[in-house]
Design a protein. Structure first.
Length: 256
């Protein structure tokens, strides 16, 4: 065998070297897997979660605009317009934040979706303002006619925002699932590499030990009491099988 041609130090060095290589491979694989976990976690913390909360806020803005314009229609108070406009401005600011993110990601489909949402929202606000003005200037009967348009626009923008909100929540769920999957892969790889390292370590130990001990199987080691001191001292006699010498050894003992 190749091991028999190596010195004992070289054999031990080879065994420990292979174990260290396995440890290095385990470290590299673990680092690579944890890098994926870090990237996904950073995306959730810095992007997915904040923008999901922003989408929730935009849904709230839409509801508030609808409420304020309805109040203006019912009370005939144009002063409520300012509150509706403030909510509308906050909604549009949120759109710009999303637009900036989608531009950075070169997500053209999402950008087109934002343009459609903005168009629907502007129509919704314009119809609501016209409804309030109709109630103030032309009375309830004419105002009710415009309210039907406003209800349709409200339903449209609410549906679009609900789908948009679900899209953001789904992104968080997907990233969370990816984090869990990557974490599980790290555990599995660690366990697999640990088992492989254990098997290799035991195998190397067995082979190296066998390569060192097996040559000694050709030798016979025994002890016998010396005639000079049969109580405390032992004389060790090593007889080589190939050379024989059992009788000579015995004679030597008797001569002692």
């Amino acid at each position: 065998m190749v091991l028999q041609n190596l010195k004992v130090g070289s054999r031990l060095g080879l065994g420990f070297g292979l174990v260290l290589v396995m440890m290095l491979i385990a470290t590299v694989v673990t680092f690579w897997s944890l890098k994926t976990v870090d990237q996904r976690t950073e995306q959730v913390v810095s992007e997915s979660l904040p923008f999901t909360l922003l989408a929730d806020r935009m849904v709230y803005n839409t509801v508030q605009v609808q409420q304020f314009l309805t109040d203006a229609s019912a009370t005939r108070d144009r002063g409520v317009y300012a509150e509706a406009e403030a909510q509308a401005e906050e909604f549009k600011a949120g759109l710009e934040e999303f637009r900036g993110m989608f531009r950075d990601e070169n997500d053209r489909e999402s950008l087109r979706n934002l343009d459609e949402i903005e168009e629907a929202f502007n129509a919704f606000v314009a119809t609501g303002t016209r409804m309030a003005e109709t109630y103030i200037n032309q009375g309830v009967e004419m105002g009710n006619v415009v309210m039907e348009e406003f209800d349709a626009d409200s339903t449209r923008i609410a549906g679009m925002m609900e789908r948009f909100q679900v899209q953001q929540v789904t992104e968080i769920q997907d990233n969370s699932a990816a984090i869990m999957s990557a974490s599980q892969r790290v555990k599995t790889l660690q366990m697999l590499l640990g088992v492989i390292a254990l098997v290799i370590g035991v195998s190397i130990t067995f082979l190296i030990t066998r390569s060192i001990v097996k040559p000694l199987d050709t030798c016979l080691l025994y002890t016998s009491p010396s005639p000079r001191d049969a109580t405390s001292h032992l004389v060790c006699r090593l007889l080589l099988e190939k050379r024989g010498g059992g009788g000579g050894g015995g004679g030597g003992g008797g001569g002692g």
